[in-house]
Write a protein that binds this ligand. Structure first.
Ligand code: UD1
Ligand code: CA
Length: 482
């Protein structure tokens, strides 16, 4: 019996396997599902249990998985445990056991190839476990096609008595439609005793974690279960096709929520890809062909798309439109117009009422309110004040190829640049200054002044007519010569 003495919870994620069927150099758990790795999604779902610690078992391409964990710190402390060689899921948990010496409580153990698993489903399992004071609890689900999943074996009373792997199952057992998603709760340290009883006398010569269920039954320990209504939520990803299927399902769930809960119009529910972490305000319309992945927040009454990609951390205020554009780790204020064909690269911030138009690229720049850059510009490493007008084809020359240094451009309130001007950084256009079309600016333009670097225009009267006559005469001459 679980003595129920503790509310302590820890999570173990099994991520050491190779994922052979993915046919990839990348470990399976580092493949992305709508902008976030499978492991990243499991760490987020695990965080929702507010555990004191998450243990990740790594093995195949361990350095890559370790690096991912270090680069993406989780809300919960995470430690990694090397499993080499990988002798099965039971053997994977054995690698963590020594680190659990001082732990007593609920140990949630999950495979790490189930990207659709939510914190809510994990909570339902933990609740079932605690409520029934079980020693071992598991998720189960019913499927039409049991594929290679482990089958849940029950006795005539309907009690779970064990799990049999597909490869070891009899024909009768293979007909069972209730399968094992491989997500469990163990009362710890009671269940530690099961690990030393695991044997590898099976088809795969592996130490199966699934045998812990049989151990619990044999030893008359209480077994609880929580059934997941839709099997797809706990589907394991074993191939690229299953990965694609997971993405489709995640998209469908997300779009349903946005449409039904948040009041968002999504014109093309199949041709729009939105990750579950994206938040969108009421009455915003998402047009076809958009890919929105990352920690994105879009306000109310916006129009996004068509064919717009947003990724990373992106904020958009209310009443803004972003058409046919690419936005990466940038902020867009309220009442802004972006696109068509704009590229906002990392660390760009547009304040309110800003207009960024056709073929404008902006990087690491702050653009204050009511400023326009409507056509064909590159603005990099710059600060623009408010009410600035950037003429078509204005370029900030921010990069010195020899020194590899980047310099800043500052354009103060109310300044304007003419078409085809080049601002060679570091440089400042002071308040209300004007840069004439075609000018190359290399030094400060003082407040209210005009900067112009053009050579004065000369007109040659009758030149075109004369040129034409000469050309015609030459043609006649050539014809005569035959
Ligand atoms: C496992 C279960 C099966 C269940 C299915 C659900 C066992 C024996 N079988 O089978 O009952 O229906 O998941 O998706 O547990 N791993 C390690 N170390 C190892 C082997 C695997 O860490 O030595 C990790 C893998 O990285 C993966 C997870 O465990 O994240 C599952 O491994 P996988 O080989 O996909 O198991 P399945 O055959 O799918
Ligand atoms: Ca699997």
């Amino acid at each position: 019996m679980n003595d129920g003495s503790s509310e302590r919870t820890r999570v173990v994620l099994l991520a050491a396997g190779q994922g052979k069927r993915m046919k990839s150099d990348l470990p399976k758990v580092l493949h992305e599902v709508l902008g976030k790795t499978i492991l990243g999604r499991l760490l987020t779902a695990s965080d929702e249990l507010k555990p004191e610690h998450i243990h990740v078992v790594i093995g195949h391409e361990a350095e890559k998985v370790e690096k991912f964990i270090q680069d993406n710190p989780s809300a919960t402390p995470v430690s990694t445990h090397l499993q080499k060689p990988q002798l099965g899921t039971g053997h994977a948990l054995m690698q963590v056991a020594p680190s659990l010496k001082d732990f007593s409580g609920t140990l949630v153990v999950s495979v790490a190839d189930t990207p659709l698993l939510t914190g809510g489903t994990l909570k339902a399992l933990v609740d079932a476990h605690k409520k029934s004071n079980a020693v071992v609890s598991l998720l189960t689900t019913d499927v039409d096609d049991a594929k290679n999943y482990g089958r849940i074996v029950r006795n005539e009373k309907g009690d779970v008595t064990g799990i049999v792997e597909h490869k070891d199952a009899t024909e009768a057992q293979r007909a069972i439609k209730e399968i094992n998603p491989a997500i469990y709760c163990f009362a710890w340290p009671q269940v530690e005793a099961a690990l030393s009883t695991l044997k590898n006398d099976n088809q795969q010569k592996e130490y199966y974690l699934t045998d812990v269920i049989g151990w619990a039954h044999k030893n008359s320990h209480k077994i609880a279960y929580s059934k997941v209504p839709d099997w797809r939520e706990v589907a394991g990803i074993n191939s690229r096709l299953e990965l694609a299927e997971a993405m489709r399902l995640m998209r469908d769930i997300t779009i349903n929520n946005l449409a039904l809960e948040s009041g968002v119009t999504i014109v093309d529910t199949q041709g729009t890809w939105i990750a579950p972490e994206v938040k969108i305000g009421k009455d915003t319309v998402v047009l076809p062909g958009c890919h929105l992945t990352g920690e994105i927040e879009i306000g109310q009454n916006c129009t996004i798309g068509p064919n717009t990609v947003m990724k990373g951390v992106v904020h958009v205020g209310d009443n803004s439109s972003v058409a046919q554009s690419l936005v990466h780790n940038s902020d867009i204020g309220s009442n802004c117009k972006v696109g068509p064909f704009s590229h906002l690269r990392e660390h760009t911030a547009l304040h309110d009422h800003v207009k960024v138009g056709n073929f404008v690229e902006i990087k690491k720049s702050i653009i204050n309110s009511k400023t326009n850059a409507s056509h064909l510009s590159y603005i990099g490493d710059s600060t623009l004040g408010s009410g600035v007008n950037i003429g078509a084809g204005t370029i900030t020359a921010n990069y010195d190829h020899i020194t590899k240094k980047k310099e800043r451009t500052t354009i103060c309130d109310g300044a304007s640049t003419g078409s085809n001007s080049v601002l060679v950084a570091p440089v400042t256009l002071e308040e209300g200054s004007v840069v004439a079309a075609g000018t190359v600016v290399t030094k400060t333009v003082p407040k209210g002044s005009l900067a112009i670097t053009r050579t004065p225009q000369k007109n040659y009267e009758g030149w075109a007519e004369e040129r034409k006559k000469k050309a015609e005469a030459a043609k006649l001459e050539a014809a005569k010569k035959g």
